[in-house]
Ligand binder design. Structure first.
Ligand code: HEC
Ligand code: HEC
Length: 350
């Protein structure tokens, strides 16, 4: 067998392998249990055992998972989620959701480590938790330009179940980190503090509902003139410092790594691969809310005075994102206004 010569090749091989796995339908058995995080593995054996016990009580096991603090969640539904996960996700995202499954070593970017509770492609403000819908959408449509496949072919009930299982892994990771922090700071684990920790985690996820980024002005018809004006803004507010003058991500300065410790490059926005989605609203949200965990900042505050200008940047990105595939000249973009997107005034007067 020839060694793969590029990541594309590796990815397609993985995809084939992954499809075969799907056809044969051999989900690995649930006998593997969750491994402790690196932070927990450094603690004394007694503290490790106590943390494992609390986690098992609150979050269950791969064979019998629980969604932290949610007593109403059906055990059968989560169990199904865990099965779907073992069949389709574990090879990249790992049993615990640490993003370190057996295939992860070959992949760039790395599969998400859910345990920190940080997600990139959200409809919420920078630093906020995502909505459950955001996670569902990512699983359904995949992440364009990365090895994260689309799972559109799964029946809706399996998509739902695996979404809740991803949340179960995420919350388990969040609780594990709080428990380990408590041991590190206080030297011991006070079990009476567990309900407060569960509440903290749940509170952050509930808060996300109030942090949705909605456009502050309705989407206009995006014209070539808007795209040209957007290009000027792109150059004047410093997007080009990371993305380069032509948006191709070719700049000399290295960016700091992402929050998961992996190297990142500013996206080539002309490569036809917007990871967070190609709807104008997706692009709007990427610009106003940034991309969690990466150096891509949120630009919402720069447009307080003139929020409508964000659409010009969107027009620019929309006009170039498929440029390389289409040939050279960006086609003029004429996109209908989104139904249901209201102006700031209309929203305020409600
Ligand atoms: C072939 C490897 C691979 C498989 C299989 C895979 N993923 Fe991923 N997944 C990735 C990669 C890589 C990323 C990171 C993409 C990025 O950072 O842009 C990712 C990211 C994610 C994210 C985070 C998106 C965000 O906003 O941060 C979620 C959620 C996710 N995957 C869920 C799943 C689920 C559920 C399954 C199984 C149904 C699955 N993945 C299967 C590789 C994979
Ligand atoms: C400090 C560096 C930095 C600046 C400044 C910056 N970006 Fe980014 N941008 C990034 C990085 C890094 C990514 C890739 C994030 C990832 O997916 O890992 C990115 C990704 C993107 C994407 C791709 C989103 C997707 O769905 O894949 C778009 C579009 C984008 N940036 C637009 C802009 C615009 C417009 C500006 C200016 C308003 C800007 N960026 C400023 C670093 C930057």
């Amino acid at each position: 067998m020839r060694l793969p010569c590029g990541i594309q090749r590796v990815q397609s091989m993985l995809t084939v392998g992954f499809c075969l796995l799907g056809i044969v339908g051999c989900a690995p058995p649930a006998k593997q249990n969750y491994e402790p995080s690196a932070q927990v593995a450094k603690l004394t054996p007694e503290n490790q055992a106590r943390i494992q016990k609390i986690l098992a009580r609150q979050c269950g096991s791969p064979a019998s998972p629980k969604l932290l603090g949610d007593r109403l969640m059906s055990p059968a539904h989560l169990k199904r989620g865990s099965e779907v996960y073992r069949q389709y996700c574990v090879q990249c995202h790992g049993v615990t959701g640490d993003g370190n499954g057996p295939q992860a070593q070959y992949l760039i970017p790395k599969p998400r480590d859910y345990r920190r509770g940080i997600f990139k492609f959200t409809s919420t403000t920078y630093g906020s938790k995502p909505l459950r819908d955001d996670i569902y959408r990512t699983i359904k449509r995949g992440v364009l330009g990365t090895s994260m496949p689309s799972f559109d072919m799964l029946p809706p009930e399996d998509l739902d179940a695996v979404t809740d299982y991803v949340l179960a892994l995420t919350h388990r990771g969040e609780l594990e980190a709080l428990l380990a922090d408590a041991v590190e700071f206080e030297g011991e684990l006070n079990e009476g503090a567990v309900p407060g920790m569960v509440e903290t985690i749940q509170g952050q996820w509930k808060e996300a509902l109030a942090n949705v980024v909605n456009p502050r002005t309705p989407m206009p018809l995006l014209t070539r003139a808007d795209a040209e004006a957007g290009k000027k803004i792109f150059l004047s507010i410093g997007c080009n410092k990371c993305h380069g003058d032509e948006g191709r991500g070719e700049v000399a300065d290295e960016l700091p790594p992402d929050i998961w410790g992996n190297p990142v490059k500013a996206a080539d926005i002309t490569a036809g691969m917007l990871r967070g989605g190609t709807d104008p609203l997706d692009v709007y949200r990427r610009i106003e809310a940034g991309i969690n965990g990466t150096p891509m900042p949120a630009f919402r505050s720069q447009f307080e005075e003139n929020p409508g200008e964000v659409w010009k940047l969107v027009a620019y990105v929309m006009s170039v994102y498929d440029m390389r595939r289409d040939g050279i000249t960006p086609p003029s973009v004429i996109i209908k206004p989104l139904p249901g997107v209201k102006s700031a005034e209309a929203r305020q007067s409600e």
